[in-house]
Design a protein around this ligand. Structure first.
Ligand code: LLP
Length: 430
């Protein structure tokens, strides 16, 4: 599952005692494991190797430059969703043709930036966007290769905010319309519309949802080919699950077992956009207990991380396993299950310092007794953790550290007050 494991009663990241890492870099602190990250990438690549699939790591899930560079060196391509993400991957040396650009609202400036860079694919979400893309590409004297994002109307059974493949969401165009769109844009200058893109939502532990939507897309592709269109590629998006409790996410090989046979021999290039399944278990958030208190009938553990470091619990009611890094009496958790209740455990809410009731990292959890100064680990935080961080309450963005074996190094320094106010000071004191 990952390389954050208890050894002699203390949580280690690969070979390092995480107490030492926290002492050295302070908290709140994101810590990533090189080994977990690359293992998960490798497993995905191996599972889809038969199709020669291009694995486009979804940058939105974890955008640290050092992590992107590691993945690039491992052979990863990239899925970006803004001009900023595009710049990040170019900065780490990604080959432009290995970049796919998604998103319902690309601006002209972003499209031109991507055209100038010569990216591999635009994943396009509407006729209006295709129109604009063709105009901008033609204006630059180039041709944009595009995949039309179709909305297969398949329920991935995940949180409503991260469901994208249902008809009522803003994403893609419906299947009936897709064929008309191809006809409308046939031979359009500046445009090579030759792919189909899907993305159902995230996380999607239900493999049948992929099967159902890919079957629908293949039917569309057959129809399009029958109409004389050269459809060269299918991008099946991201959404593979991660282990928040452990055991709930099918491995990449299980997704592949069902998906590969559908695409075998179809003469289609295959692209994937996994983010969470590669990064989530590769990162944890370390936080220190500031205070404990009882109020009403509840026990609160107040820590130095907050919704500003990890917003998923507040935003989606997401579950992240939390446990002391060095539990008293060595009470090491046998699993990361939600209903874990060990002898001596206390029912607590783990909350942050931010002035909102929604500011919690975990609710109603049985935790071994903790006191001021103890370190807690919030697991499975490597995807949609740090990247969704904010500076609310003038809290500087947390530091990030990468572990490789016995080495830990800073890959993002903690922000300072000067960082926080730099762009405002320019206005006061130009
Ligand atoms: N491709 C597209 C077009 C996407 O919109 C996404 C995620 C991905 C790929 C990557 O999905 P993944 O493999 O990481 O599941 N903030 C939410 C997740 C939002 C996902 C947005 N799109 C969370 O914390 O759960």
């Amino acid at each position: 599952m990952d390389d954050f494991q208890y050894r002699d009663g203390v949580l280690h990241g690969e070979s390092l005692d995480l107490r030492e890492v926290a002492n050295r870099f302070d908290t709140p602190l994101y810590v990533y494991s090189t080994k977990t990250l690359l293992d998960h990438y490798d497993r995905c690549a191996a599972a889809f190797a038969e199709l020669n699939a291009v694995i486009c790591f979804s940058v939105k899930s974890c955008h640290n430059l050092t992590i992107l560079r590691l993945l690039r060196e491992r052979g990863s391509a990239f899925d970006v969703v803004s001009g900023g993400e595009l710049q990040r991957v170019l900065e780490v040396g990604a080959g432009p043709s290995s970049i796919v650009f998604a998103g319902v609202g690309k601006t002209d400036a972003e499209i031109e930036q991507a055209l100038r860079a010569g990216i591999g694919w635009f994943n396009v979400e509407s006729e209006a966007e295709l129109e604009n893309l063709a105009r901008l590409a033609d204006g630059l004297g180039t041709t944009a290769r595009a995949a039309l994002r179709v909305n297969p109307d398949v329920d991935p059974h995940t949180h409503v905010y991260t469901t994208t493949g249902k008809r009522e969401t803003k994403f893609g165009v419906d299947l009936e319309r897709a064929r008309r769109v191809f006809r409308e844009f046939r031979g359009r200058r500046g445009l090579d519309l030759s792919g189909i893109h899907l993305h159902l939502g995230s996380p999607v532990n239900r493999i049948e949802a992929y099967v159902e939507s890919i079957e629908k897309a293949l039917k569309l592709i057959d129809g399009l080919r029958g109409d004389g269109f050269a459809v060269a590629a299918i991008n099946i998006g991201g959404g593979f699950g991660a282990h928040y409790q452990g055991g709930e996410a099918p491995p990449a090989a299980a997704y592949a077992e069902h998906i590969v046979p559908l695409l075998r021999g179809r003469h289609l290039g295959v692209l994937l956009e996994p983010g969470r399944s590669i990064a989530a278990n590769a990162g944890v958030l370390l936080t220190r207990v500031l205070y404990t208190k009882a109020s009403g009938d509840r026990q609160f553990v107040i820590v130095d991380a907050a919704m500003t470091e990890l917003i998923r619990p507040a935003l989606y009611g997401a579950y992240h396993f939390a446990w002391p890094v060095a539990p008293k009496d060595g009470v090491v958790p046998p699993s990361r299950a939600a209903d874990l209740r060990m002898p001596g455990a206390v029912l607590v809410d783990i909350v942050g310092p931010v002035c909102e009731s929604g500011d919690f990292l975990a609710k109603d959890r049985w935790l071994p007794p903790v006191s001021r100064g103890d370190l807690l680990c919030i697991f499975t935080a490597g995807a949609y953790g740090s990247v969704m961080g904010s500076r609310y309450n003038s809290r500087p963005l947390a530091a990030e550290v990468l572990i490789a074996g016995r080495q830990a190094r800073l890959i993002r320094r903690r922000e300072t007050f000067d960082d926080l106010v730099r762009t405002e000071r320019e206005a006061i004191d130009p």
